[in-house]
Design a protein around this ligand. Sequence first.
Ligand SMILES: Cc1cc2nc3c(=O)[nH]c(=O)nc-3n(C[C@H](O)[C@H](O)[C@H](O)COP(=O)(O)O)c2cc1C
Ligand code: SF4
Length: 444
Amino acid sequence: MSNTEFKPVLLGRIGRPNSQSLESYRADGGYQALAKALSMPNTDVIEVVKASGLRGRGGAGFPTGLKWTFLPKDVNGPIYLCINGDESEPGTFNNRVLIEEDPHQVLEGIVISSFATRATTAYFYLRYEYGRCYRVLKQAIDEMYANNLLGKNILGSNYSLDIHLHRGACAYICGEETGLIESLEGKRAWPRIKPPFPAIEGAFRRPTVVNNVETMACIPHILQHGPEWFMSMGIPKDPNNPRDAGSYGPKLYCISGHVNKPGLVELPMGISARDLIDQHAGGVWKGRKAKAVVPGGISMGFMTEKELDTPLDFSGPGRVGCLGLGTAAVIVIDDQTSMVDVLYNACRFFAHESCGQCTPCREGTAWSTKILERIRAGHGKLSDIDLLLEISSSIGTIPGSTICGLADGAAWPIKTAIHKFRPEFEEYITSGRKSESRLMASAH
Ligand SMILES: Cc1cc2nc3c(=O)[nH]c(=O)nc-3n(C[C@H](O)[C@H](O)[C@H](O)COP(=O)(O)O)c2cc1C
Ligand code: SF4
């Protein structure tokens, strides 16, 4: 399906009068997918989701149906589904829009996914700062209980489910799935050492699935229109790469930074960063050019202007040295902006958000920030550049030195900024320049 033929799916109801109400959702065919799912064996629902090629939208792109099959077959006692609505990756706001404007789409996905995974309780972990989302969700959940869409014997079936809405703890690390689980249990959000993975031992030490809000929003459409329809959008798997699972379905791209028209756009997976900026965000602001673009949240690193034709699917950003597609939150940095300032801002964020359990992450994020502070104060040395690179190559789950992926997310902006913009760092240091710029954003 071409981008011109594409009609929004996940954002399809946004802007309609009372798009948040159960009545309007049902008038548009809402909850028919749930009725269909409840008439099927739960294992068939999993097969449909597996066949669709849906990959998680929370950042890692793990195949959703496959994740559900990791739950043990014979379980005595409860299974939990946790919905990750922590949405703290800088530049990311797609979950917020989905919840505020069309909460029942997400909630229908949650009930279908809970049925498929045999969960009898779903915990919606919502970023604390999202007050409007909280109110909208609370009202939508109340409507569902009043209309037999939650609680005992949903729609007259044998299936029963409760959803608990839980407000988060205001920290980036609460979005990491095991940090989320710890926080949900009332503890400090310190990520757990894995294994055991949540599918075996998650919330309250029970088998648990953690899925993102946008992933949930895709589920009713897959049930309603079938896996082939979902696979008609996006980029097929690479036949020469057995590890490529393809990038199917519609995707929400958040666009922010130095563009004329920041916002949220829905397109089939795989649009290039250049087309996204030029055709959907009104181009770079003030008639300037892009210097760097973040493809999917700051933890993915930077692409250069020359790399903007890279497709924004699950594999594209990795081919140009970025960590991945992440949350598909595209941040544009114009050619008048100092990459030293941009990198400092990113490092300062990760130093603030590191939970401190792992020495390489705690020390690495703090020292990279201090080194950049020194450079910005006009006291940098050329050897600082390699020192930054050394830190970035020794922190994270990829070199195997930390418990969670926050440290990889801290490493990739450093690696890509220095590999791709090294002359700018060298010139900054040798000129003895001091930064006059304000910080671009503050940490939590
Ligand atoms: C530091 C860190 C922060 C994360 N923050 C979020 C988040 O805010 N929302 C989210 O859905 N996933 C986040 N993730 C990814 C989750 O750990 C997990 O992979 C995801 O919720 C799974 O859902 P999905 O399979 O539907 O994508 C984060 C991961 C890390 C390492
Ligand atoms: S990698 Fe960083 S954020 Fe993750 S557990 Fe270790 S110290 Fe905490």
